[in-house]
Every structure is written in structure tokens, then in C-alpha cells.
Ligand binder design. Structure first.
Ligand SMILES: Cc1cc2nc3c(=O)[nH]c(=O)nc-3n(C[C@H](O)[C@H](O)[C@H](O)COP(=O)(O)O)c2cc1C
Length: 199
């Protein structure tokens, strides 16, 4: 299975990156293919709502010349999309929001003269996030947004791993949190196996 992790943290050694380490290690231990895209390293313009993408049903069709085509291709060629982001102002960070906007139009051809397909229907999606508040007050709104985003796009939402940042002086990743991250990877992967065996 191909996992693509879109990383929305500006901090390469920050909390979200720390949480991803055991998560990725577990997926790789289980033989899964994992790619990571650091969105802050990419040029991702905001969607201009020109709807050019709606005339192209075989691919992205966006007229902006930036790194989003490459990100579209990575997502398109994956089975599982992981949105890994710190919470900023109760949602994901700005580069991830820009990428989500570009994908919700570029992938879903619902807005042209004719009602077209979702090009990513049936792919799975999950969240890995860190936040300053307790997750139920810090990451709840982002999760709700992504649940609706998935439903709208015919993606299969598979859950969220959310861990609190207890402050700049506190250790973020202890053994318990690392274990939680591994279990989450294990859960996602076993659901994948169960899903495949049903089809
Ligand atoms: C600009 C900014 C906005 C933030 N907004 C929120 C927020 O709305 N809710 C929350 O719970 N935490 C918020 N936080 C805290 C971060 O989500 C938290 O520290 C996170 O673990 C940082 O992850 P990182 O180390 O990967 O960058 C914010 C932090 C920053 C820098």
C-alpha cells in the first residue's frame, strides 16, 4: 500500500515531525511504502476559483504553474493520504489549507457544465496532528472539516491521532505517545487489510 503524508508543519524537528517518526516506522515495519511531502518547502498558490480544472476530467487541469501538480500526482498515485499538521487557529496550517483547496477542486470535477467524477474516490484519509489545547478543544474543528471534506470527495475517513503539546519546555514524545502513534499506524493498516479482503 502506498501512503502519502502531507506535512503541514514549518518545524522539521517539531512536535508533528516527532509524532510522525514512530508512526512512519511502524508502517515501514509492516512493509508499506511511505512518502513524505513537506508543504512549507513547496510553492503552493491559493486556488483562484477560475474553474479551469473543471474542464479536464483526466487529470489536475490547473493553470497555475507551481508545485501543486507534483503534489496532485503524489496524492493521485497513493492509496492512503495522511494529513499531518499542527493546529493553527483551530485548523491546519496555511500551506496545507491551500493544498486542500486546490485538491477539492482539482480532484472533484463537480463544478463544470456537466457534473463529473471524483478522481480520488475510494482513497483513504486520516489525520495526524498536534495542538496546544487538549485535542477535543484544539483539533475538533479541523477533524470535523476533514470528515465533511472526505464525504464530499468520496474519500474514506479513517480517524485522527491528536496529541497535545504541553509547552516549549516539556518533553513532547515519551514512550506512551510513541506507542500511541505506532498503534494508530497499526489500526490504519489493519483496516486497510480488512477493507481489501472484503472487495
Ligand atoms: C501561529 C500558531 C497558532 C496556533 N494555534 C493553535 C490553535 O488554534 N489551537 C491549538 O490547540 N494550538 C495552537 N497552536 C499550538 C500548536 O498547534 C502546537 O504547538 C503544535 O504542537 C506545534 O507543532 P509543530 O511543532 O509541528 O510546529 C498554535 C501555534 C502557533 C505557532
Amino acid at each position: 500500500m502506498k501512503y502519502c503524508i502531507l506535512i503541514g508543519s514549518p518545524r522539521k524537528n517539531g512536535n508533528t515531525a516527532s509524532l510522525l517518526k514512530p508512526f512512519i516506522a511502524e508502517l515501514e515495519n509492516q512493509g508499506e511504502e511511505v512518502s513524505c511531502t513537506w508543504l512549507y518547502d513547496k510553492e503552493i498558490g491559493p486556488c483562484q476559483a477560475c474553474r479551469n480544472c473543471q474542464n479536464e476530467w483526466s487529470g489536475f487541469g490547473c493553470i497555475q504553474d507551481d508545485d501543486m501538480q507534483e503534489i496532485f500526482d503524489t496524492v493521485y498515485n497513493s492509496d492512503f493520504i495522511i494529513l499531518a499538521t499542527p493546529i493553527y487557529s483551530w485548523y491546519c496550517t496555511a500551506p496545507m489549507k491551500a493544498a486542500l483547496d486546490r485538491l477539492v477542486y482539482g480532484m472533484n470535477k463537480y463544478y463544470g457544465k456537466k457534473n463529473g467524477p471524483s478522481l480520488w474516490a475510494g482513497k483513504k484519509c486520516a489525520i495526524v496532528t498536534t495542538c496546544g489545547y487538549k485535542p477535543e478543544k484544539g483539533a475538533d474543528l479541523f477533524e470535523q472539516g476533514i470528515i465533511r471534506y472526505c464525504k464530499h470527495s468520496s474519500l474514506i475517513y479513517c480517524g485522527m491521532l491528536a496529541v497535545r503539546d504541553k509547552g516549549y519546555d516539556a518533553e513532547f514524545l515519551d514512550d506512551e505517545i510513541a506507542e500511541k502513534a505506532k498503534s494508530f499506524a497499526d489500526k490504519l493498516n489493519s483496516e486497510q487489510v480488512a477493507y481489501e479482503s472484503e472487495v
